[in-house]
Write a protein that binds this ligand. Structure first.
Ligand code: FAD
Length: 588
């Protein structure tokens, strides 16, 4: 059975032919030397590690799972060694701050690497992914002393990170959390409480585990305005940087869950564990949002990664599995890829994955620009795009990833339901990405209720203007007519839906009722734009690799078979909240 092939060729096509990576890097101080040739080398190596080391552990990791034995987490066979090899090869610090030992490479390369790691082994990818999110929050909000103590070893991968927000009564509504932080008078705090669902809360890779924990100070106001953020290490750190006493904290249990079995999702008890404040008292949620925004993008990429891996397996299977006659009846037995319905499934997965990858590259390029462009106005403009796209990437890519996993499983028929083929694992694993890091419903409300009104309602129209400019430029390109025309229609629908919502910001039921349909309408239109750009690059560019020659045909499929969904989505948004709110709760 075919194993995962890292889509490096497609990634390099996106960088060099679609998004002018070299030109964009040349504008960013410190990145002038970075170009698509270097990117190709990094991505080739990352792909080799993902396919050669991480993928072989995916199925065995799922079968074996992480276990809790005598209060200690035991990860599946091979995970410890793979993690150490990953860290030793420098992958943990790929985009990390060079001041603390990172390689300081662009986010764009980080996101593409994350995709390959997620395709190969979602459970594994959470370890470095969460550590990076924690590094980001510490880097932005912690004191210089905390940064100097913790960042180098987290960026090198010697120590891992975890984020501890959720409690049994505080999930989406973090204002309800009750974990306490008592000041000790020496700048430290004692943290007491129980958190649930904590990914990578404990591991057996060695080193330290740095938890970022949300808790309440004694005099904190109720709700989200009374939450502070604390850095709580598994081992206290001595002045010379060595590991000291064990902090009173640990996993009370591992969650039994549908997927990502290799990942130790912990119930974490903090029994007066020593921690240090990160950022301002009572402003912990704002500080945690640095981590959460980074993680939201990462989780979107996780969804894409699983979808890509599932789609690849289904495509290979469909070329080998013989069932049924050819359409003209001439051949009694043909590979199932010849049947139109199977093709529809495979092509749907392919256009969602390739389209999402393109949008992920554009978003990551905005992050690089927001971090480094010499012109402040350009930095702010790029930052606005990242804010707008973050919920879209998180929710739409994880929905697409799950949908692709399901249709890829369907391509296998009954064999997709049987464990040995690995397709049911993709479905189980992909499902969590739609739930954690803020459910997709919550992401949609963030887009419709919070992001749309930003910049006086001009943020989304600014994004639409970028799409329009590219559609205009693509108008004369022979072979791209259908994708240009259908994306233009989808954009008009999205603009209508946006205007509808912006005119009704006073009524929160409007945004709440429209949110998930609006987010999908937004995402499909953005993918239409990306498919336009890919088709134009393939039709007019110099890169003639066979995998890229198929892009214009895939763009036509996207235009003809996927973009029409935007018609129904617009109608659904414009229907408003009336039908949702008409029934009393007790009769639903
Ligand atoms: C495997 C796994 C790993 C996880 N890892 C971590 C981790 O590392 N760290 C961590 O802190 N947490 C983690 N979580 C927790 C995860 O982020 C939460 O489960 C998630 O945010 C939802 O919270 P909840 O489960 O309490 O659901 P609830 O908040 O109870 O939500 C239930 C439903 O109601 C909807 N809903 C809730 N409030 C609203 C609202 N105001 N408007 C509209 N709809 C609403 C939700 O969208 C959802 O559909 C993990 C969870 C799992 C299962």
């Amino acid at each position: 059975m075919a194993s995962y092939t890292p889509p490096v060729e497609d990634m390099v096509f996106l960088l060099s032919e679609v998004f002018d990576f070299d030109g964009r890097m040349a504008e960013l101080p410190g990145f002038e030397e970075i170009n698509s040739e270097l990117a190709a080398t990094v991505l080739e190596e990352a792909g080799k590690f993902a396919a050669g080391v991480l993928e072989p552990l995916n199925r065995s990791g799922d079968e074996e799972g992480s276990r809790l034995i005598d209060g200690k987490v035991v990860t599946p066979k091979g995970f410890k060694e793979a993690y150490r090899a990953f860290a030793d090869a420098g992958w943990c610090g790929l985009s990390g701050d060079p001041e603390y030992g990172g390689q300081g490479l662009p986010r764009t390369l980080q996101i593409l690497t994350d995709e390959m790691v997620s395709s190969a082994n979602l459970s594994f990818g959470l370890f470095p992914g969460l550590t990076r999110g924690a590094v980001e929050a510490i880097g932005h909000h912690a004191s210089d002393e905390l940064k100097a103590t913790y960042l180098p070893k987290m960026i090198s991968g010697e120590w891992t990170g975890a984020m501890a927000l959720t409690e049994s009564n505080a999930g989406t509504d973090l204002g309800l959390l009750t974990t306490r932080a008592e000041p000790q008078g020496d700048g430290s705090y004692h943290i007491t409480g129980t958190k649930i669902f904590i990914s990578s809360g404990e591991q057996d890779f060695g080193g330290n585990i740095i938890h970022l924990v949300l808790a309440r100070l004694p005099d904190a106001p109720k709700g989200v305005k009374g939450i502070s953020l604390f850095l709580v290490p598994k081992f206290l750190v001595n002045a010379d940087g060595s590991l000291g006493a064990r902090n009173p904290m640990g996993p009370g249990a591992l969650e039994h869950k549908m997927g990502i079995h290799a990942q130790p999702t912990c119930v974490m008890n903090y029994d007066g564990a020593t921690g240090w404040l990160v950022g301002e008292p009572n402003r912990g949620l704002a500080a945690m949002f640095t981590m959460m925004n980074a993680e939201r993008l990462f989780v979107g990429i996780e969804g894409l990664g699983v979808g890509e891996a599932a789609c690849q397996k289904a495509t290979a299977y469909a070329k080998e599995r013989l069932q049924g006659r050819s359409l003209d009846g001439a051949r009694p037995l043909v590979p199932i890829i010849e049947h139109p319905d199977v093709r529809k499934m495979l092509l749907t997965g392919r256009v969602l994955c390739d389209g999402a990858r393109a949008l992920s590259v554009w978003t990551a390029l905005q992050m690089d620009k927001a971090g480094r462009h010499p012109d402040k106005a350009e930095r702010l403009a790029a930052d606005g795009f990242v804010a707008l796209l973050t919920p879209v990437v998180k929710a739409a890519f994880t929905d697409f990833g799950f949908e692709t996993a399901v249709i890829s499983q369907q391509v296998f028929g009954g064999h997709g339901y049987i464990r040995e083929w690995g397709m049911e694992q993709f479905v189980r694993d992909a499902r969590i990405t739609q739930i954690y890091e803020g459910t997709n419903g919550v992401q949609a409300m963030d887009l419709a209720g919070r992001k749309l009104p930003m910049e006086g309602g001009e943020l989304a129209p600014r994004f639409f203007a970028a799409i329009k400019a590219d559609l205009e430029a693509a108008k004369g390109v022979a072979g791209a007519e259908t994708i240009v025309a259908e994306t233009a229609k989808a954009l008009i629908r999205l603009e209508n839906a946006t205007a509808y919502l912006l005119a009704r910001t006073a009524d929160p039921a409007e945004a709440g009722a429209a949110a998930t349909d609006y987010l999908r309408l937004f995402a499909l239109t953005a993918l239409g734009w990306c498919w336009t750009k890919m088709a134009v690059a393939a039709l007019t560019g110099t890169d003639r690799a066979p995998a890229l020659a198929r892009k214009p045909a895939l763009a036509e499929f996207f235009a003809a078979r996927i973009l029409p969904q935007t018609l129904a989505l617009e109608a659904s948004v414009l229907a408003g909240p009336k039908t949702l709110m008409a029934l009393e709760a007790d009769v639903i």
